[in-house]
Ligand binder design. Structure first.
Ligand SMILES: *[C@@H]1O[C@H](CO)[C@@H](O)[C@H](O)[C@H]1NC(C)=O
Ligand SMILES: *[C@@H]1O[C@H](CO)[C@@H](O)[C@H](O)[C@H]1NC(C)=O
Ligand SMILES: *[C@@H]1O[C@H](CO)[C@@H](O)[C@H](O)[C@H]1NC(C)=O
Ligand SMILES: [Zn+2]
Length: 375
């Protein structure tokens, strides 16, 4: 494998970013799966209910995946997520079947990173991979309101402070995974065109294929990067380390049925069809799932117990403005596109209540920030 030669050249301190990234990718992969391929599977004696026998962490209290109850999340306005290098096409991109999933490694001039949102620090791209199921009613790992999507994309990043993904596994804030759900659409998604073609070249376990036209990360993900669920959890494969800040985007990626079906044709290392590779959901325990939104104001109105007659008089459109500028650099959206303006001219606004509400508009985001400041 390329691991050794790359490590060697890096020992000379002349390591290029690309080389470093490749090492990082290989390290996380060797941790996340290939070296231990014999050790776990998704059925029978190797199945998820037996993982804990070899890997203590798999029986931990903060495991992933989970079912997210959308009525039981805490709505927050986190600082914006900052994505770098997501729109850069890599120099070289490989697709590999490791017997558990198909994963993508990249060698890029600009290493993609993510920071902001719930994250404290900068996280560097390691690899991306997928989880799917036997048919379109199964496949995602996290569930929303007990709904499983047909597939889920995991883009794995390690915290730059920890140098590589292997070291990062030793720290509770070591990794973050950007997760995207898939939904079935009538038409093929052209951004996944070459990707799906190449699946046919890596049907057997341990085969790799190289992209002719490497896609940028942005081309593989959804557009709305503002609305997401986030919680602290674990790797969803052994060793199940509880070191992952999960960021599950609400907007799904669309693929056709045939495109998702192509994943089910891959084979595991025993030559059996790899028809499903998702772990069952784990208990939420004492964890709270946050939902990031730009619609804090509605929530404030509800929580504030403003007397109905006065609440009616409050022009929520106007209150949008201070709340947004206070919440930081959320993308500017025309509030009228989201809310239906009342006939404000006919309703006098009680100035005392306006002041009180304005004060809460300023205070509540602060309270939320300090709650989350644990990271
Ligand atoms: C892609 O695979 C080729 C051939 O195995 C290898 O030489 C190269 O380093 C790989 N590149 C990446 C980014 O994984
Ligand atoms: C999908 O697969 C599951 C599990 O194998 C099975 O129980 C279910 O009946 C299937 N659903 C459809 C619509 O085929
Ligand atoms: C994939 O398989 C096709 C058909 O066998 C072949 O023509 C093509 O060169 C392969 N591509 C790669 C990148 O291996
Ligand atoms: Zn995964």
């Amino acid at each position: 494998m390329a691991t050794r030669s790359c490590r060697g050249s890096c020992g000379t301190r002349s390591c290029s970013g690309g080389c470093f990234m490749l090492i990082a990718s290989i390290l996380v992969l060797s941790v996340l799966s290939p070296a231990r391929t014999q050790d776990f599977g998704y059925d029978g004696a190797k199945g998820p209910s037996h993982w804990g026998e070899q890997y203590n962490s798999c029986t931990g209290k903060h495991q992933s995946p989970i079912n997210i109850n959308s009525l039981d999340v805490k709505k927050v306005n986190l600082p914006p997520l900052v994505f770098q290098g997501f729109d850069v096409a890599p120099k070289e991109t490989n697709l590999t079947n490791n017997g558990h999933t198909v994963f993508v490694t990249m060698d890029s001039e600009v290493t993609p990173t993510v920071s902001g949102g719930p994250l404290n620090g900068v996280y560097e791209y390691s690899q991306l991979h997928f989880h799917w199921g036997d048919n379109d009613t199964f496949g995602s790992e996290d569930m929303i309101d007990n709904h499983r999507f047909p597939m889920e994309l995991h883009i794995v990043f390690f915290k730059q402070d920890y140098q590589n993904a292997r070291t990062a596994l030793n720290y509770p804030d070591g990794l973050t995974v950007l997760a995207f759900f898939f939904e079935i659409a009538p038409d093929d998604n052209p951004m996944y065109g070459e990707f799906i073609e190449l699946l046919g070249n890596v049907t057997e376990s341990h085969l790799s294929a190289r992209f002719d036209v490497p896609p940028s990360l942005k081309e593989l993900i959804a557009d709305d990067l503002l609305h997401y669920y986030t919680y602290d959890g674990s790797l969803t494969t052994p060793p199940c380390s509880e070191v992952v800040t999960w960021i599950d985007f609400k907007e799904p990626i669309l693929l056709s049925h045939a495109q998702v079906q192509a994943f089910r044709a891959l084979k595991d290392e025993d030559g059996h069809p790899l028809t499903h590779n998702f772990r069952p959901v784990q208990p939420l325990g004492d964890r709270v799932v946050l939902f990031n939104t730009d619609e804090m104001i509605k929530q404030v109105d509800l929580d504030a117990d403003v007397p109905p007659e006065v609440g009616e008089g409050v022009d929520t459109n106007k209150l949008d403005t201070p709340a947004k500028s206070d919440a930081g650099s959320l993308p500017a959206k025309d509030p009228s596109s989201r809310k239906h303006p009342r006939n404000g001219a006919t309703v006098p606004v009680a100035s005392r209540w306006s002041l009180l509400t304005a004060a809460m508009v300023l205070l509540v985001p602060l309270m939320f920030y300090s709650t989350i400041a644990k990271c």
